[in-house]
Design a protein around this ligand. Structure first.
Ligand SMILES: [Zn+2]
Length: 339
């Protein structure tokens, strides 16, 4: 079993051979410790005595009935954040800002559990039934004002419990100015409900004080290799249908462009930037968008396409095509690992 300071010396392959339970990680002494403390301060600033406990596991999640939440292991060591990026191209919660956004969301689930909020009649009438089965995917309505906007991909629309957690997160965030931002939105009623109920709970000890930890890192025998194989499979999008016609609107097979740079080279040079833009714009996972780019690069190679427009113009058209393909790819709904 390696020591924490040895992780930097291991190659990706050596790391992938390790089991999750073999990772020498803890929260204490890492930036995560500071972020948890900040979350607790934010809760304290609202008068809440509730302080969710936090432990390391495979992904972000709050187990049913537990007033605390799991944080993914890759945030506990920079070498593992780097591996996460190379395996799935995105480190969810990698920056302090993003990490706190997700923590506020998880704190919403944990508060829901700590005080048994979802069994209240008003919760049910505003958010829906907590007991509803979790969907494998969901199809959000981007324009509705019935839900707050916090995590990407209109995540509040995934399930009543997520709707509550997202509303709680917006309410908790310092300086979120939710009354002004959501003025006139039906979602404001949900925020006002959270505000009222949490004010009522100020200074009160949670009904549930359990410190249970579910699927703690030390119990998980999966290798990192299998973990990432499953994760990539989860994010992969449906196979795309022919879009040669679209590619010919961006690139060229005409002899007059025979000495222009190749489409494959252009895509490869801009792969990261295009992928990031489209992932941010659509809420799809960066890995899912990159898979579309990979398919596109393969097809451009087969068609021997070349750049026929200015680089700026080419990039613009690529963004439109990639966005359309991403939205089509998620026609069956967003597949996100539940947070
Ligand atoms: Zn959630």
């Amino acid at each position: 079993m390696p020591r924490a300071k040895d992780l930097d010396r291991l190659t990706d392959d050596q790391l992938l051979d390790l089991r999750l339970c073999e990772l020498p990680l803890r929260i204490k002494g890492t930036p995560l410790e500071h972020r948890v403390a900040r979350l607790h301060e934010e809760l304290g600033a609202r008068g809440l005595r509730f302080k969710p406990h936090v432990w390391l596991s495979e992904e972000w999640f709050t187990p049913d009935g537990v007033p605390g939440f799991a944080v993914p292991f890759y945030l506990a060591h920079p070498r593992l954040s780097k591996l996460e990026r190379s395996q799935v191209l995105e480190v969810e919660g990698g920056t302090e800002r993003e990490c706190l956004r997700i923590m506020r969301h998880e704190a919403g689930h944990a508060a829901d559990n700590a005080f048994g909020l979802h069994s209240e009649r008003r919760y049910r009438s505003l958010f829906g039934s907590f007991a509803r089965r979790y969907p494998d995917s969901y199809r959000p309505k981007p324009n509705t004002r019935n839900y707050v906007l916090h995590l990407p991909a209109w995540y509040a629309q995934a399930h009543p419990a997520e709707d509550f957690a997202e509303t709680f997160a917006v309410w908790l965030a310092p300086g979120s100015q939710w009354r002004r931002r959501y003025a006139g939105w039906p979602a404001l009623r949900k925020l006002e409900y959270v505000d009222e109920i949490m004010r009522g709970l100020a200074g009160r000890a949670p009904a549930r004080a359990s410190r249970a930890r579910v699927a703690e890192l030390g119990e998980l025998e999966t290798t990192l290799r299998d973990h990432y194989r499953n994760k990539r499979k989860h994010y992969a999008l449906d196979r795309l249908s022919g879009y040669d016609r679209d590619l010919f609107r961006i690139f060229s097979a005409e002899p007059r462009h025979a000495s222009s740079p190749s489409a494959v080279g252009f895509l490869q040079r801009n792969r990261r930037e295009l992928g990031r833009e489209v992932a941010e714009g659509t809420g799809a996972h960066a890995y899912a968008v990159d898979q579309i780019l990979a398919t596109m690069i393969g097809r451009c190679r087969e068609l021997k396409l070349r750049v026929g427009l200015t680089p700026e113009h080419t990039k613009q058209r690529l963004l439109v095509l990639l966005t359309a393909q991403t939205m089509n790819g998620i026609h069956s709904g967003y597949h996100r690992i539940p947070l």
